[in-house]
Design a protein around this ligand. Structure first.
Ligand SMILES: [Zn+2]
Length: 295
């Protein structure tokens, strides 16, 4: 009698399940179980992550949502220079008083630069109308006239100075001693270069002498003011408001937290804004014009 051997498709003997077939089957089951466990793990991760967001990090997101809706609320930064009423950018002290009074009557809050930057870095919506007041250069009038006025209105004001404007000799010029008094009286002194050169010209030349000068104008001015006033300098205002991307990068590398131009316009509240615009106030502006500017 002839014995027939039936070969199964899997190569095993007919009638008995082949052991390699069982192994393949078990492998498939194993992969399915692993996949299910994996999906479950990923779902759990997202669930827990979402849960942790709702407990700890969630407020940031809530604020962020509000921040997006509050981006239409702009903060105007005003820029003044001298206070003697002579020239297109020098305001008479009586006119400056009227403008300060207007800000008060409109119920606007004068915000310090540090507070603004704090709000930019840790988003929190503004519920009140804010305005920022800055002065450039370091004229003597900011010591003799601005200090008492800012104190009377309790306005935090920032004064950007360039180091060459600070003289130790003249009785009617800015000195480090006067700047220290201004600091004590609530005026925040920040950097505006060494010589008030047009930095974009130096940036364009890009030779070793110009690069060294740029280092002094941006980096050294910060260090000198920090040394004389015993404080940290965080802000830099470009002379004549002129800048380019290279200068912005240099200022960032020097450790400034924000830089300021004289580009007109308001600043929308966003953390990405490193170079902020300012509205240069001319002596020819009417009070009505200022009112429109800050509203
Ligand atoms: Zn200037």
């Amino acid at each position: 009698m002839e014995m027939r051997v039936v070969v199964s498709p899997s190569g095993g003997l007919g009638g008995f399940p082949d052991s390699s077939y069982i192994i393949d089957f078990m492998k498939n089951i194993y992969i399915v179980i692993l996949s299910l466990l994996g999906s479950l793990g990923i779902s759990l991760f997202f669930y827990l992550d979402d849960f942790s967001l709702s407990n700890s990090s969630r407020p940031d997101w809530r604020y962020k949502d509000k921040e997006i809706s509050s981006r239409l609320l702009a903060i105007p930064i005003l820029l003044y220079h001298n206070i003697n009423g002579r020239g297109p950018f020098s305001i008479d002290d009586a006119v400056l008083r009227e403008q300060f009074q207007l800000i008060k009557e409109k119920g606007m809050r004068v915000v310090s630069l540090h507070e603004l930057i704090g709000r930019l870095e840790h988003p929190k919506p503004y519920r009140e109308k804010g305005v920022i007041i800055t002065f450039d250069d370091g004229y003597y009038s900011t010591y003799s006239l601005l200090v008492p006025l800012a104190r009377e209105f309790r306005y935090p004001v920032t004064q950007f100075i360039y180091c060459d404007a600070v003289s130790q000799r003249s009785s009617r010029s800015m000195t480090w001693a006067r700047l220290r008094i201004m600091e004590r009286m609530g005026i925040d002194v920040q950097a505006h270069s060494i010589s008030h050169a047009d930095l974009t010209e130096l940036s364009r030349k890009n030779d070793p002498i110009s690069r060294k000068k740029l280092f002094e104008e941006i980096y050294l001015s910060k260090r000198i003011i920090e040394l004389y006033l015993g404080k940290k300098v965080d802000f830099f205002a470009f002379p004549y408001g002129r800048y380019d991307l290279y200068l912005v990068k240099l200022a960032s590398d020097a450790g400034y937290k924000r830089v300021f131009s004289t580009d007109y316009g308001s600043n929308i509240i966003t953390r990405d804004n490193f170079c902020l615009r300012r509205n240069h106030i001319k002596s020819s502006y009417s009070l009505h014009y200022i009112e429109n500017l800050i509203k």
